[in-house]
Design a protein around this ligand. Structure first.
Ligand SMILES: O=C(O)c1cc(=O)[nH]c(=O)n1[C@@H]1O[C@H](COP(=O)(O)O)[C@@H](O)[C@H]1O
Length: 268
């Protein structure tokens, strides 16, 4: 099963469109061992409410070798739980370097996972990522319109629409009626534009970050989903992991709350 198939299957089976972000912040813990234990606990406890899990690589890189070891544990635990892994690295570079990034994050132990990709260096630099994702049954999520206020500095003036058109072109080779290996990141903080991006990106899974801590609300996201209530993943990191300090039960309630709100707004 490809990443897109696995996410869609899990969405239907568990009735969840929520992506749980795991972005552990060292300053919230006594030490790295405490951070590790809580992060793995949140993963396991919230998994029944998650369509996928999204570790942001920066938080693991910031911990050095211990962080890399924890990332491997998070990915292995997610595999055991049957939870697809979306690695948020926002990678992008000239083609030959992009190839190394693709090998690192879409191959080997990460085969079948997904990676966020930055298209700023040009569409030709997406090729190694698309190839690796297609060959390994994984996916990439290309930044189209990010959730932050400053996105307008560079992403306005039709730039997001040009990236969306390229994603549609890249997915065209894949069977109609199914989501392809190239997804799109569109901030949940732009609710008024979600229907338009849904229409421009018919075969792309949409990743919608910004739920919770950045102010986006599940009730505003209906436009990002297809008629069957699939095709998008609404993502919350701090709003789940740190819903109420380090209370894991509060994380579960928050994840369940987002799950239920998304289902209610879609009427599914
Ligand atoms: O690619 C992403 O996941 C992403 C794209 C975007 O436009 N905005 C955005 O916030 N993110 C990531 O989504 C997560 C949001 O975290 P919270 O604001 O804590 O829910 C962080 O890991 C961000 O790096």
């Amino acid at each position: 099963m490809t990443f897109a198939q696995a996410v869609t299957e899990r969405t239907r089976r568990l009735r969840t469109r929520l992506c749980v972000g795991l972005d552990p912040r060292l300053d919230a813990y006594r030490n790295v061992a405490h951070l590790r234990e809580h992060t793995l606990d949140v993963l396991e406890a919230t998994a029944p409410h998650a369509a996928c899990v999204k570790p942001q690589l920066a938080f693991y890189e910031a911990l050095g070798l211990a962080g890399m070891a924890l990332l491997a544990e998070v990915c292995a635990a997610a595999r055991t739980l049957g939870l697809p892994v979306l690695l948020d690295g926002k990678r992008g570079d000239i083609g030959s370097t992009a190839q190394a990034y693709a090998q690192a994050w879409l191959g080997g132990p990460h085969a079948g996972s997904a990676l966020t990709v930055n298209p700023f260096l040009g569409f030709e630099t997406l090729a190694p990522f698309v190839q690796a994702a297609s060959e390994q049954g994984g996916a990439i999520f290309v930044l189209v319109k990010t959730s932050n206020p400053g996105q307008a500095d560079l992403q306005g003036g039709g730039v997001s629409e040009r990236v969306a058109a390229e994603i549609t072109r890249l997915n065209a080779e894949h069977p109609a009626g199914a989501y392809g290996p190239v997804g799109a990141v569109v901030g949940a903080t732009h609710p008024g534009e979600l229907s338009s991006f849904r229409a421009q990106l018919p075969r792309a899974l949409l990743l919608l970050p910004g739920l919770g801590a950045q102010g986006a609300r599940a009730a505003d996201l209906a436009g990002a989903f297809d008629e069957g209530g699939t095709g998008a993943l609404a993502s919350a990191s701090r709003g789940v992991q740190y819903a109420s300090g380090l209370d894991v039960q509060a994380s579960v309630l928050a994840a369940r709350g987002f799950q239920d709100e998304l289902n209610a707004v879609l009427g599914v």
